[in-house]
Design a protein around this ligand. Structure first.
Ligand code: HEM
Length: 244
């Protein structure tokens, strides 16, 4: 750090805040996955994970703003503020800075819609929130290609830890989503009559199991138990009805 002078301070500030932004962004994505899968961190209730996710997102926005503003203010290279927002319009490193701008825009869309979540429908908010997953690899690509610092030494180890953490969290999420889907489908498919009274039917209806019925199964059951059905397998008549 002995090389920091008045003329290089902004350059160092931009690099340092860029690295901190990437680390915070990785933590935000990991916590986002934990919140979605009802995950818990040891010793923390679920609301604390949600709170951490939200707070660290806002801290990341502050560091990101500092990263972009210091890069724009640094006179050593010329990056206009517009180029930091409109992707691929920078005259300096157009592709690399363009990726940074694209990640920034995706991230901003996620933050703004989260702040307006009460006014937006949950569906619209969720759809935009998926952009957070797209923003991460774009930001990573920008980080790895804009400067060479992350490609060696301690910063390489830090970047690798971030990427491994995010990959593990997303992998865990995909596997657990698949497992939940399989659990929903399997009972009805295995028994063929999810509401049956045999052991398989009982298993299908065990607490915690979600039973999916095919439309045809529901129709057949409805026809069989309709009060108008002439079928002898209809519902048991009341003794009153039987006497008439
Ligand atoms: C989510 C968005 C972003 C993240 C996570 C991010 C992160 C990073 C990281 C980690 C670095 C490498 C630092 C180093 O190696 O020391 C970097 C470099 C850089 N970033 Fe970003 N950045 C983002 C968006 C932007 C935007 C929108 C701009 C536009 C001004 C920008 C401008 C720069 C510049 C100028 C460099 C250094 C390039 C050089 O030294 O020649 N970044 N960024």
């Amino acid at each position: 750090m002995s090389g920091i002078t008045q003329s290089t301070a902004l350059w160092y500030a931009s690099r340092a805040t860029g690295v901190v932004s990437l680390v915070l962004l990785s933590i935000v994505v990991i916590l986002g996955v934990m919140v979605n899968r009802q995950g818990r961190l040891p010793g923390l209730p679920r609301f604390a994970v949600t709170g951490l996710h939200r707070s660290i997102s806002l801290i990341a926005v502050v560091f990101l703003a500092a990263h972009v503003l210091s890069a724009v203010a640094d006179q050593y290279v010329s990056i206009r503020l517009a180029a930091a927002i409109i992707p691929f319009t920078s005259s300096y490193l157009p592709l690399q800075i363009g990726l940074g701008a694209a990640a920034l825009d995706l991230g901003l869309a996620v933050v703004v819609t989260s702040l307006l979540r009460a006014r937006l429908g949950r569906r619209a908010w969720r759809a935009v929130h998926w952009l957070a997953y797209a923003a991460y690899p774009v930001a990573l690509l920008h980080s790895l290609t804009s400067a060479k610092d992350l490609l060696s030494g301690g910063l390489l180890a830090l970047t690798a830890t971030c990427v491994l953490g995010v990959t593990a969290a997303v992998g865990y999420r995909l596997v657990s989503t698949r497992r939940v889907r399989e659990q929903r489908i399997r009972p009805a498919e295995l028994t063929g009559h999810a509401g049956g009274s045999g052991p398989a039917g009982v298993r299908a209806c065990a607490p915690g199991n979600t039973v999916s019925l095919r439309a045809s199964t529901v129709k057949t059951a409805a026809a069989r138990y309709s009060p108008d059905a002439a079928s002898p397998s209809g519902p048991p008549r009341t003794t009153e009805g039987a006497q008439r």
